[in-house]
Each structure stands twice: as structure tokens, then as C-alpha cells.
Design a protein around this ligand. Structure first.
Ligand code: C5P
Length: 242
């Protein structure tokens, strides 16, 4: 486990909201509690790069631009260079199409941009793999691990995977290779059955070796989002000290 990251800096809040105004109110409420804000497709497509300025103006937390890029290497390379001009720390690229796309990560390292490869989305379950065209006997863990290895060899800063695969990746890849885990559901969270499939608690994700966790709905939809975020930071702290 990488102990050099503080509990607060391990918590990424997914700003999954429809517009800049709502994003601003979450950033103001959570800016001192979380280490990073994740801007995803919904918000970025609606508001464009201006929303990144809103985050920066209201908090010193870092920014994770979760656009899950998926295109030919030349296009991904140009998109990463454009993203680097916005001063974001992390960006995601799909890890399903091999090394030549993931190697573009090397070209933005000097610009301070860390590329994370998405291994297999956390809504996908093992029983769906056959229907997606994979060999019947391929396990989801093996697929995630293979993609993590390609991402590491290609020069990515880390991967996004579920809490169920994090220990395996930490054992196989180096400790410096970041593992970011979404699909987090605290035991106390009042989140109805949703699209996430491979879910874990904040405690289990961190105990299994996650460097960073991404939490959206359990904080966004809580009665008091800042209290929910503080509870998660406490849970991360106790997992780290255990
Ligand atoms: O609301 P919830 O906590 O499920 O939010 C999870 C966030 O993590 C969403 O913004 C989603 O896009 C993102 N994500 C994910 N699975 C991945 C990569 C990112 O759920 N593999």
C-alpha cells in the first residue's frame, strides 16, 4: 500500500451534475474536504473547458478530466495535448485497444498530465463478457490484469478498475503504478440499486491497495454531501491506519 497519499487526497468526487451552477455549489461545499474533482462527459459536453475554470476558482483540489478517450493514436495524442493546456492532473483513455493508443501518455508526462487507462468499466459483470465477444473461459480479472499490464508497459500513470481487482493489480504492477477505484458504495449510503456492478466499500478499496477512490452518488445524493465526504475520509483514514 502506498502510504504517502493523505486520506483527503485519496478521495475524488465525481461532479456528475448537469451544469456549471450545480458544479460550483458542490465545489464550494466540498473544496476543503476532497482532494480532487472529477469532471465527466455530462458536465464537460454541456459546459466545455469553462467548467474547469470554475473548479479552479473555487478550490485548490486537483482536477480529473474523465473523458474516457477512445480513438486512433493521432487523435488521442492531440486530445491529450489539448487537455494539458487546461491544467488538469488526470485524464482517462480506454485501455481496450492496445499499446499504440496508451503510449501517447508518454507525450504529456512532461506537461504534468497523468493518463489513467480504463481497464473494464465497473458496470460490466463477468457474465456479460461472452456476449461482448470475449472467449467463454476468459475471466474478468484476467482481462483487467492484462489491460493493466499493457497500460503500465505503455507508460500510463495508472489504471481505473473495480475494488475487486485492485489487490491483483497492486501485486503484479509496481506500487508506483496508480490504481483508481470507482464503484464505491459505503455501507451507510442510501443509494438505490443502480448501474454499478462490481462495488466495494471505501474501507475495502483502500485496504485492498487503492491509491484513489472515485465517489459520486453516495456523496452527491446525501442529505449533507460534505458530511458524507467527511465520513468517507474518516473511513479511508481508519483503513490506512489498520
Ligand atoms: O455515482 P458513482 O459513485 O457510481 O460514480 C462513479 C463515477 O465513476 C462515475 O462518474 C463514472 O463515470 C465513473 N467511472 C466508473 N467506472 C469506471 C470508470 C469511471 O463508474 N470504470
Amino acid at each position: 500500500m502506498n502510504l504517502s497519499i493523505s486520506a483527503k487526497n485519496r478521495l475524488i468526487f465525481a461532479l456528475d451534475v448537469p451544469n456549471r451552477k450545480e458544479a460550483e455549489s458542490y465545489v464550494r461545499a466540498l473544496g476543503d474536504t476532497v482532494g480532487c474533482f472529477k469532471v465527466g462527459l455530462e458536465l464537460f459536453i454541456k459546459e466545455g473547458p469553462d467548467v474547469l475554470k470554475t473548479v479552479k476558482q473555487n478550490s485548490s483540489a486537483s482536477i480529473f478530466l474523465d473523458l474516457k478517450l477512445h480513438d486512433i493514436p493521432a487523435t488521442v495524442r492531440s486530445a491529450l495535448r489539448s487537455a494539458a493546456t487546461h491544467g488538469v492532473r488526470f485524464i482517462t483513455v480506454h485501455g481496450s485497444d492496445g499499446a499504440s493508443i496508451l503510449q501517447t501518455a508518454n507525450e504529456v508526462k512532461d506537461l504534468g498530465l497523468e493518463v489513467l487507462a480504463v481497464t473494464v468499466l465497473t458496470n460490466v459483470s463477468e457474465s456479460e463478457l461472452g456476449g461482448l465477444g470475449y472467449k467463454e473461459n476468459l475471466s474478468l480479472r484476467q482481462l483487467v490484469l492484462d489491460r493493466a499490464n499493457v497500460a503500465k508497459e505503455s507508460g500510463c500513470a495508472g489504471v481505473v478498475c473495480s475494488g475487486e481487482e485492485v489487490a491483483l493489480i497492486k501485486r503484479t504492477c509496481s506500487n508506483h503504478f496508480k490504481v483508481v477505484v470507482p464503484g464505491i458504495r459505503p455501507l451507510w449510503a442510501d443509494v438505490k440499486k443502480d448501474d454499478q456492478s462490481r462495488i466495494v466499500t471505501p474501507k475495502d478499496a483502500i485496504s485492498n491497495g487503492a491509491d484513489l477512490i472515485v465517489v459520486g452518488r453516495p456523496i452527491r445524493d446525501a442529505k449533507d454531501p460534505n458530511i458524507a465526504a467527511l465520513k468517507i475520509v474518516e473511513e479511508i483514514e481508519s483503513a490506512l491506519s489498520a
